[in-house]
Design a protein around this ligand. Structure first.
Ligand SMILES: N[C@@H](CCC(=O)N[C@@H](CS)C(=O)NCC(=O)O)C(=O)O
Length: 343
């Protein structure tokens, strides 16, 4: 009996010790500072771009806002740091930002070799090619010998080389770090082709085509040459912060799945559905488990919206981009967006 008690005491001590080791310094620093510092792209319409008042808007921005809502009960406690693809990992490693919400593709090497972790996939993307229609191309297989604009430090660069090699074609890369300068090079005709994630190509075509050219002068070729699952990244070592960011994404998906929107979330507090009661904290427990307020999902949905609302508003049917939800539909509608249960 005595021995069993002793073993139980050691077990409890180990739990406490590991608990405090896992609730790490990054979350503490965020709380002490009173703001989340979020690394975002320098400007991709619909995903992360500052408006004329300097307010950051977009699907990637909503990830930061939702994390802020979960931690502070207020989606506006965010500082945005615009980063190029080349700068992003160093900025996170050095502690300049707390997280990246920066159209970053999950890959094995990034997850293992950088001292960084991915949380959840916020957008399933793929790499494509944009060309002027006047070139009269129908397929990426016709790009032999093309001059291709591409950003450094990206999966894009690697896939581009693989694709051309696999198809026995050659290309001349024009590698430019700043997205503004890539666009300028492409639109001035310095490159025949611009390659990156198709979401960014769609955004660039709609929002950045300089007059007198129009978006209709350009097309995205049909081939999608890679998988680009995009998601937020954090540093290794603060598992509680990682959990909060991961479950913030799942919360936005769960809310959509259960029909909870920014418009009806107050009504939904009265729902008899046990799952909805748990999600919204009417039945407590989930917030405590995550180390945030029980109303965390309520606050995220009220202030930011569910995933579908955010998608439609910024990049989908309610936006200029009009990107089809495609594989980013919920799994219940034939898509890949699937959140584990909040329970
Ligand atoms: N998803 C790819 C490509 C990411 C990428 O190239 N992002 C660029 C342009 S779409 C970017 O965010 N640039 C930020 C900027 O320069 O504003 C990756 O993770 O390597």
């Amino acid at each position: 009996m005595k021995r069993r008690l002793f073993a139980a005491a050691i077990g409890a001590a180990a739990l406490v010790a590991s608990g405090s080791a896992l609730a790490g310094k990054d979350l503490d620093a965020i709380k002490a500072r009173g703001a989340v510092i979020c690394g975002v792209p320098t400007g991709i319409a619909g995903f992360a771009a500052a408006d004329s008042q300097g307010k950051w808007i977009g699907l990637d921005v909503d990830v930061c806002r939702a994390v802020s809502a979960a931690i502070f009960g207020d989606s506006e406690k965010v500082k945005y740091v615009p980063l190029t693809s080349q700068q992003r990992f160093t900025a996170l490693q050095s502690g300049e930002v707390d997280l990246l919400s920066n159209n970053t593709t999950v890959t094995l090497q990034r997850d293992t070799a950088l001292g960084l972790d991915f949380t959840a996939i916020t957008y399933y993307d793929g790499q494509g090619f944009m060309v002027p229609k006047k070139l009269g191309l129908k397929s990426a297989k016709e790009l032999n010998g093309a001059t291709v604009c591409v950003a450094p430090g990206t999966t894009t660069e690697l896939n581009l080389a693989d694709y051309f090699r696999a198809n026995k074609m050659t290309f001349k890369p024009v590698v430019i770090e700043k997205v503004d300068e890539i666009r300028a090079a492409f639109y001035s005709g310095r490159c025949d082709v611009y390659t990156t994630d198709v979401s960014s190509l769609a955004a660039t075509r709609v929002a950045n085509t300089p007059a007198p050219l129009t978006p209709d002068d350009f097309m995205i070729l049909p081939e999608i040459i890679s998988k680009e699952p995009l998601g937020p990244m954090v540093r290794h070592g603060d598992n509680q912060l990682t959990d909060i960011i991961r479950w913030t994404q799942y919360a936005m998906l769960e809310a959509e799945e259960y029909g909870i929107t920014s418009k009806n979330v107050d009504e939904m507090l009265k729902s008899e559905n046990p799952t909805i009661k748990r999600i919204l904290g009417v039945t407590p427990g989930m917030g405590k488990a995550l180390g945030v307020d029980e109303k965390w999902v309520y606050t995220i949905v009220k202030q930011v919206g569910n995933y579908g609302e955010s998608f439609d508003r910024h990049v989908g049917s309610g936006s200029l981009l009009k990107i089809d939800r495609g594989v980013n539909k919920l799994w219940t509608q034939g898509g890949l967006q699937y959140a584990p249960p909040i329970r």
